[in-house]
Write a protein of this length. Structure first.
Length: 188
């Protein structure tokens, strides 16, 4: 059992029959009244974020979580298949455990969070951004860089990303894995 003084970013706790990771926290000591800790918690299983306030000294259930490097292999009707980079053991995860499965590229390295005591996978964390090749988009016109207009583009994984007008087929683009949004064009 830990207390609110042990709260830090990245700490995983058991709360409301789910496992949450602390995204933000702030110890508040008002002039009047008791101190408290204001936190922003993200569900490890569903990805939902909630704000929660704990009184100072409140007991919290800390959950030990282990992070392992895995390599994405392929997906089929049973799920998404990954291989542990150290032991070569293979696991498969459901699509709902992956934040943005359309951006997973074969051979990509990801982190899988495991519940340490139960040894079950909780969630998958992708790298913050991925570089993908545009396989189909409407042709761009030279000089279409002045406005902020976007057009749909299909990338090599099959996902659709909104890109600026100057992006053409064959261009490499950097995509934010959290939002699925275009970040920048990558020079080869």
């Amino acid at each position: 059992m830990a207390t609110t003084s042990d709260i830090r970013n990245g700490l995983c706790i058991s709360f409301n029959n789910d496992i949450y990771s602390v995204v933000e926290f702030l110890h508040v000591k008002p002039g009047k009244g008791a101190a408290f800790v204001r936190t922003k918690l993200k569900s490890v299983t569903t990805g939902k974020v909630l704000e929660q306030t704990f009184p100072a000294g409140h007991k919290i259930d800390e959950v030990r979580v282990e992070r392992h490097k895995f390599q994405y292999l392929y997906n089929d009707d049973t799920g998404y298949h990954f291989m542990n980079k150290e032991t070569y053991e293979q696991i498969f995860l459901d699509e709902n455990m992956i934040a943005n499965p359309g951006l997973l590229k074969e051979g990509a390295e990801v982190d899988v969070l495991f519940h340490a005591e139960k040894d079950i996978p909780l969630t998958l964390e992708m790298p913050p951004q991925v570089i993908l090749t545009v396989t189909y988009t409407e042709p761009g016109v030279k000089g279409d860089t002045a406005t902020n207009t976007l057009k749909p583009a299909t990338v090599e994984t099959g996902a659709e990303v909104r890109v600026p007008l100057f992006i053409n087929e064959g261009d490499l683009i950097k995509v934010d894995t959290a939002t699925g949004a275009y970040m920048e064009r990558v020079k080869q």
